[in-house]
Design a protein around this ligand. Structure first.
Ligand code: NAX
Length: 335
């Protein structure tokens, strides 16, 4: 049997952590043949909650779970890590400006990036879930100069899966028949969920939407007026209905993201935020969501998909937000 894989989860005492740990330990992320060693990072006030989760993990007697360690020190929790899920972040509180939020998170993701640089395993891959996810990933990557930038990604898979589900529902099709959806840009309200190259049961989604809504213009009106806002604001919808933010679906998306990155997608396209090297005109260095595939050794951006004027404008608007976030972080002297 292969040696156990060391997986570090930050914010492990939070609600996404609670929805994530048990599935990782059960083999949902790396497969039923890979043992895992869990390292949980929390801040002091979150340690008890992480300890409680660790007790329950023990009670599950997962055959794949080799051990669980908890720490409030990133250099301990990231020691030997092969996969890191950066979930813990500073949430926006009332009256907090964007610059304050970026600064508070820079104070988390900067030191965590530096600790990863120092103590993680050579093959480390890092997924940032904590918001603002794209820019937090950028900060972590910039703070880890010895780790190749393409090892850092941010989660837009939840947005992707939401888009797949909404498209399937609109066309009354099984979700498994939907392929080729893309989330472009920032994991924020400016994101662009794009179905221009999507297919449903092998047929182009734009054609099916035109049939469903009675013409191409009506289909575009639905995309702009209902589909995109629904997907982009689904997080707020969940909060208003559930009373707290998405947790199980976010954990599920994080697991799918890492599983596809580690085990491959068999040519299937998905979405992930990766460090741009200039794809689709997105400035180099920004952590931006793109269409990606994985061969089991990290994500590769699918280049050369066409964007019409409407799509280009939407991507440009989201990229402008990423540039503004990067510039704000630069002004703070963090990157
Ligand atoms: P919770 O508040 O339930 O849990 C966060 C946990 O992180 C807490 O236990 C806290 O003590 C811990 N923490 C805070 N600072 C830390 C640090 N420096 N080191 C280690 N741990 C630290 O939030 P939860 O609902 O679990 O959400 C976690 C993050 O995911 C939030 O930033 C949230 O905005 C983000 N999300 C991102 C999504 C995405 O698609 N990218 C979707 C879901 C979610 O909204």
């Amino acid at each position: 049997t292969a040696p156990a894989t060391t997986v570090t989860v930050t914010g492990a005492g939070g609600q996404i952590g609670y929805a994530l740990l048990f599935r990782i330990a059960a083999g949902a992320m790396l497969g039923a043949d890979r043992a895992v060693r869990l390292r949980l990072l929390e801040i002091p006030q979150g340690l008890k909650s992480a300890e409680g989760a660790a007790l329950e993990l023990q009670d599950c007697a997962f055959p794949l779970l080799q051990d669980v360690e908890i720490s409030a020190d990133p250099r301990v929790a990231f020691d030997g890590a092969e996969i890191a899920l950066l979930v813990g972040a500073r949430p926006r509180t009332a009256g907090m400006e964007r610059a304050d939020l970026l600064a508070a998170n820079a104070g988390i993701f900067g030191p965590q990036g530096a600790a990863l640089n120092e103590v993680a395993a050579a093959g480390i891959r890092v997924l940032t879930v904590g918001n603002p996810a794209n820019t937090n990933a950028l900060i972590a990557s910039a703070s880890a100069p010895d780790i190749p930038a393409d090892r850092f990604t941010a989660l837009t898979r939840l947005d992707h899966d939401r888009a797949v589900a909404q498209l399937a529902a609109a066309l009354d099709a099984p979700v498994g028949e939907v392929a080729g959806v893309t989330i472009w840009g920032n994991h924020s309200a400016t994101q662009f969920p794009d179905v221009a190259h999507a297919t449903v049961a092998g047929r182009p989604a734009p054609e099916l939407l035109a049939e469903r809504f009675g013409g191409g213009d009506a289909a575009t009106a639905w995309l702009d007026g209902e589909f995109i806002p629904r997907v982009a604001q689904r997080g707020a919808e969940i909060i208003s209905v559930r009373g707290s933010s998405s947790a199980a679906s976010a954990a599920n998306a994080a697991i799918s993201h890492v599983r596809d990155e580690q085990l491959g997608t068999d040519g299937r396209r998905t979405s992930a935020a990766v460090v741009s090297t200039g794809w689709y005109g997105v400035p180099e260095g920004l952590v931006c969501s793109f269409p990606v595939t994985s061969d089991g050794d990290g994500y590769r951006v699918v280049d050369g998909l066409s964007l019409d004027a409407r799509g280009r404008a939407r991507l440009d608007a989201s990229v402008a937000e990423l540039v503004a976030e990067r510039d704000a972080v630069r002004e703070l002297g963090v990157i």
